[in-house]
Ligand binder design. Sequence first.
Ligand code: B1M
Length: 222
Amino acid sequence: MKLIDKIKDRVIRGHINANSRFPKDLTGKEGVEELVQKAIDEKISVGKILNEALISSMSVVGDKYETGEIFVPEMLFSAKAMKSGLALLKPFLIKENQKSIGTIIIGTIKGDMHDIGKNLVGMMLEGAGFEVIDLGVDITKEKFMDAAEKNPGSIIGMSALLTVTMKNMKEVVDAVKASDLGTKVIIGGAPVSEAFSNEIGADGYALNANQAVRVAKAVMGI
Ligand code: B1M
């Protein structure tokens, strides 16, 4: 099996590293950590590892969950495995000591605990020179507004992965519009679309982490 396919398989099966005891039949065998490190050492491009091994595996995990082949605990192991791989790629996505081009406050919206996509968006923004304030997951309108007040001129970037939580983004957009902060709001996440972004009056929508950088720069006029 090719290295990229092997990493993908290990994320799907939720095998973090050789010491992980899940799944049982892979204990003692290389997990995502060792294999991603191997891919880095073999100079496989970070973009290829990220897109073809890590991100694409999560769609397979989602499909398996949807069809009842796996359940929440297995999905959680896959998420942990994905995160362990992402952590190894982080230094390549972020350039140290560069001058900040602006501040962006990011968070996953109220009711939603998914943070892999939000973390990736944060890394790309940081890599592009933004100062990123990551509020975490399950972030209420009050927390977003508090951070925006403390950071004048910043952008708010919200992520949602559940159709039931994406509607909570409107509360934040409405609160920002009702204030005199002038904060711009950009949104993203699997169930979110350009049409939804227009509907709730956000200033920008991005399909993925690369687009998030372009959209954040555009709303800042740079
Ligand atoms: Co959940 N989950 N999950 N889950 N989970 C989904 C989202 C789901 C689609 C699975 C499925 O049924 N096929 C489904 C949602 C259905 C729906 O609402 N339409 C679902 C469900 C139902 C649930 C629970 C309700 C399950 C349950 O408990 N019964 C529960 C909800 C918990 C909660 O949040 N309250 C739940 C829990 C979990 C875990 C905790 C087990 C785990 C999350 C762990 C974690 O994040 N730390 C998990 C996972 C891993 C997934 C899937 C499999 C993978 C998500 C992911 O990380 N993708 C997911 C299925 C799927 O996505 N196909 C699924 C990889 C990531 C890189 O992509 O996050 O889309 P993504 O981010 C992208 C873009 O969307 C975009 O850029 C990123 C990079 O390209 N983007 C932005 C994201 N945010 C952005 C912000 C921007 C711009 C772009 O601007 C600011």
